[in-house]
Design a protein around this ligand. Structure first.
Ligand SMILES: [Zn+2]
Ligand SMILES: [Zn+2]
Length: 389
């Protein structure tokens, strides 16, 4: 295994310029979720050229792909790529690095194919992480049915093996009132904006009584049309997040009750629309994390201090609820640079990002090789998954 790992590392270094160029090309052409036509095509072409068998549009999702490398009967390990960007601020989540490190790992494994233990490697292109729930559609489409374990990385301002992710459910409240002249005969109206404001006030009060890892945050998407009209139609969107699904649904019910109370108090009608894509919390898998950690250490990378309160959400959480999956965070930006900021978008194409990209590709390739070599460890990861909360 030492010789194979050395070969994987050398291959990734040899691909360094090509991977960095691909990363920069994706970064310079940011595409929103489910519109990642260029990125998915470039990644597919790259993987095909390196000898993987590529299927485009898997699970009926146009910008998803699966690139397979097969060496015989054995475990199936998936390496996941994301490549969607954010509206307005482009690749401020650094998905260009996730994409190219995953592709780099696949290419390196293909280069040592003859020496690899038996099994199947799938580099899976998963669109629309930023709210679109691409991985949920791939789960529903059966893409992970035959996969034993999944690995992906995310760029960050430090190296961390595991960071909790919160479950998230989105909800839209539409209130319908009755329009009236706001000065001449306001008593004829039913104020749908009052219902929105009451909802915000009630949720603000609720917030004191929720656990510290829960998050409730909303915006008003329609607040009326003119100050001289009692608003007849208003809308607000809220995100509800928590570390466990049970607690997320409990808070969700209480948030909906706040809107119902506001409707009752103002006389407005309420329509509640629950968002389709519910992101689930990340289920930790120590077996996979230990393998990844050993490979990072082999590459001279040490884990840094965690940040307990910086909590986001991702659809990798949903994958981790159906099979063992990990998402280590790899340093690609100076310490203190927050994701979803313009500074992070800038950092995602620096020499530090290249360093992170190559470390990530090597560690994912090595961890995949470890898993192919040891079906017993794959079983251990699955046993841990079955018994974990
Ligand atoms: Zn993001
Ligand atoms: Zn991201």
């Amino acid at each position: 295994m030492t010789a194979i790992k050395d070969a994987l590392s050398e291959t990734v270094d040899g691909l360094g310029n090509e991977l960095e160029a691909l990363s920069h090309r994706i970064h310079a052409n940011p595409e929103l979720g489910y519109q990642e036509l260029k990125a998915s095509a470039w990644l597919s072409e790259f993987l095909q050229a390196k000898g993987l068998k590529v299927e485009r549009g898997v699970a009926g999702v146009e910008t998803a792909f699966r690139a397979t490398l097969e060496t015989g009967e054995g475990p199936t390990i998936a390496i996941l790529c994301e490549y969607d960007a954010l509206p307005g601020i482009g690749h401020a989540c650094g998905h260009n690095i996730i994409a190219t490190s995953g592709a780099g790992a696949g290419a390196a494994l293909a280069a040592v194919k003859d020496r690899l233990p038996k099994g199947r490697i799938q580099v899976v292109g998963t669109p629309a992480e930023e709210g679109g729930g691409g991985k949920i559609r791939l789960i529903q489409g059966g893409v992970f049915n035959e996969v034993d374990c999944a690995i992906m990385i995310h760029g960050f301002d430090r190296h961390l093996l595991h960071q909790d992710l919160l479950g998230i459910v989105r909800v839209t409240f539409d209130f319908t009132g009755k329009a009236a002249h706001a000065s001449a005969d306001p008593w004829e109206g039913i104020n749908a904006l009052d219902a929105v404001i009451q909802t915000f006030n009630a949720i603000s009060m609720l917030r004191q009584q929720v656990r510290p890892d829960a998050r409730i945050h909303g915006i008003i998407t329609n607040g009326g049309s003119a100050p001289n009209i009692i608003p007849e139609a208003t809308s607000a969107v809220f995100y509800v997040r928590a570390a466990s699904l049970d607690y997320m649904w409990e808070i969700y019910r209480r948030v909906v009750a706040c809107a119902e109370g506001a409707a009752r108090a103002t006389g407005a009608e309420l329509r509640v629309t629950q968002g389709e894509m519910v992101y689930e919390p990340l289920k930790r898998n120590q077996t996979l994390l230990d393998l990844f950690k050993a490979n990072l250490e082999r590459l001279g990378v040490k884990e840094e201090e965690p940040i307990p309160d910086r909590l986001g959400s991702s659809d990798i959480g949903n994958v981790s609820q159906v099979i063992p999956a990990i998402q280590p965070l790899i340093k690609v930006a100076p310490t203190g640079t927050a994701i979803h900021s313009r500074a992070f978008a800038g950092a995602a194409v620096t020499p530090l990002a290249r360093q992170g990209l190559l470390v990530a590709a090597k560690a994912m390739a090595m961890t995949t090789a470890d898993l192919l070599a040891s079906p017993a460890v794959v079983r251990q990861a699955k046993d841990e998954f079955a018994t974990a909360r």
